[in-house]
Design a protein around this ligand. Structure first.
Ligand code: XMP
Length: 512
């Protein structure tokens, strides 16, 4: 793999994704890993990420210089660039030339391999106080900026290179090309991480792990569990059984999508458990968000366990398939003490005493890769490109206690919003657009000459790369208008549509 060494901040995962977009497999490793740990993974190259520290600050994370003697290609970005420059004998100073945000980069000389042929001046995203003032010996400077004489260098012989800016962000339009050139042209890595290779590799792994055994998989209606199930189905055929718990907190059409479209595409064995009443009973009168989440998680597990016992009575189901993604793996391994903002409930949140071996075929993948794998496996677009939907479903989009009527109201409003967003071709532009019912709030309205006293719904359209941070999406007014008109006309209980214009942070995406 290409190892992306994480020096803090949130850049490392994004860099790992960019490396993979250049069709090279990559993993994130913490900067506390020793040079021996890194080299034991036989890296094809190492990328040093950016980070918040200054390289000569006391206690600033460093890098073992032995890394540069191992013959492994290394690329540094921002903080990683400065660390590398220093370790190789260059100079890093506080030049006073701090640059934040959009900055003009100037290609110097012929631009070398990294910057050759790119526009002489082009924008990049910078974020630095210190700067490299002298490149290491043997390295050629390929770019500069007003605040950084050395904004990029390369040492082709040793296969070292780096840039002061952040090539991984979209604000550096040529950044991906520069990273690609390092990986393919300087490090000499062949691009082999393709969707087909991912599928083949995972299918082989699953076959090896499961052998002649049987597996069950909980389907949540989300993308991840669907793709995980489809992969396992490809590997072991009808020795996989999927369990779908209808907790009644689903979006309109969701159950049919699983029962009809998913089964049609995969031919998988499916057991649906109708637990709608059970969840309503358990949630009766509860309006505290955390309590709702806990109840839904708990009931889900009970229902799933029952389904599992029924299945096990019929055969030896030893394996449990879960749609765990790479970011979850990195985050739980990172252990950087993130506080519990919400108790996320996943189908993954199954109890430890479930006697299963886990099969997690998406453990190495990012969400966009999961979607591509889903398409490669023949899953319909309606499943693969659906918006992320929380495990607790509409239960945490009703602000107030959950009742059957409120669910019906919210489901109808949500269906309208989704229809209009799809019709406007905006599904790929937004990350998701929760519709939230303020069930304990009423406002006065007028409709058809009569006074109404109904509930508001909130539209929460967000744009995001990974749901960790998000911005509210500037939806076109005409789309907002259509959604608003249709919801207030078609959904009896709703007489007001409002728009949430809060980014994350400070708001989370869901309201509960
Ligand atoms: P928040 O509200 O924390 O949501 O900004 C971030 C992303 O996670 C989804 N979400 C969940 N997904 N189980 C899930 O599987 C959950 O309990 C859960 N809560 C929130 C949310 O829809 C958004 O995409």
């Amino acid at each position: 793999p290409v190892l992306v060494v994480d020096f803090g901040a949130q850049y490392a995962q994004l860099i790992a994704r960019r490396v993979r977009e250049a069709q090279v497999y990559s993993e994130v490793v913490p900067h506390t890993a020793s040079a021996d740990d890194l080299l034991a993974k036989k890296p094809a190259a190492i990328v040093l990420s950016g980070g918040p520290a200054s390289v000569y600050e006391e206690g600033a994370p460093g890098i073992d210089p032995a890394l540069f003697d191992a013959g492994v290609p290394v690329f540094g970005m921002c903080y990683g660039f400065q660390l590398m420059a220093r370790a190789l004998g260059g100079t890093v100073e506080n030049t006073g030339g701090r640059e934040f945000g959009r900055t003009e980069l100037t290609v110097t000389g012929d631009g070398g391999v990294l910057h050759g042929g790119l526009p002489l001046h082009h924008p990049v995203w910078m974020s630095h106080n210190d700067g490299v003032t002298k490149a290491p010996e043997g390295a050629t400077v390929t770019a500069s900026s007003a605040g950084a004489d050395v904004a990029g260098f390369e040492d082709i012989e040793h296969r070292f290179a780096g840039v002061q800016y952040h090539p991984e962000v979209a604000h550096s339009p040529h950044g991906q090309e520069v990273l690609r050139r390092f990986l393919h042209d300087i490090a000499g890595i062949r691009p082999q991480w393709t969707t087909t290779s991912i599928v083949d590799e995972q299918v082989a792994r699953i076959r090896e792990q499961v052998g002649e055994g049987r597996a069950i998989c909980g389907l949540s209606g989300g993308v991840d569990s669907a793709v995980a199930a489809a992969l396992v189905q490809r590997a072991i055929g009808d020795r996989l059984t999927c369990v779908f718990v209808d907790h009644g907190l689903l979006r309109a059409g969701e159950r049919a999508q699983v029962e009809r479209d998913f089964v049609a595409a995969t031919g998988v064995n499916l057991v649906t458990v109708d637990a709608r009443q059970r969840f309503l009973d358990a949630l009766a009168g509860v309006s505290d968000p955390e309590e709702k989440r806990k109840i839904i998680g708990r009931e889900f597990i009970r229902v799933f366990e029952q389904a599992e016992r029924d299945l096990k009575a019929k055969g030896d189901y030893r394996f449990l398939v879960q749609g765990t993604l790479y970011p979850d793996v990195v985050e739980s391994g990172g252990g950087s003490g993130t506080s519990n903002i919400k108790s996320h409930h996943n189908v993954g949140g199954l109890p430890e005493d479930l006697q299963f071996d886990l099969v997690e075929p998406l453990r190495l993948l990012f969400k966009d890769e999961v979607r591509r794998v889903g398409l490669e496996l023949g899953l319909p677009e309606t499943i693969v490109h659906r918006q992320p939907f929380p495990g607790p479903g509409l239960g945490i989009r009703i602000i107030g206690a959950v009742t059957a009527d409120r669910l019906e109201t919210l489901r109808a409003a949500d269906a309208v919003a989704r229809e209009e967003l799809t019709a406007a071709g905006l599904d790929r532009d937004i990350w998701q657009c929760p519709v939230v019912l303020l069930a304990d709030v009423r406002s006065v309205g007028v409709q058809g000459d009569g006074r109404t006293y109904g509930h508001p719904v909130v539209l929460r359209p967000v744009s995001s790369e990974d749901a960790m941070t998000a911005d509210w999406t500037r939806l076109p007014y005409d789309v907002l208008e259509r959604i608003s008109t249709r919801i207030t006309n078609e959904v009896a209980e709703v007489n007001r549509v409002t728009l949430d214009v809060t980014s994350k942070p400070p708001g989370t995406i869901e309201w509960e």
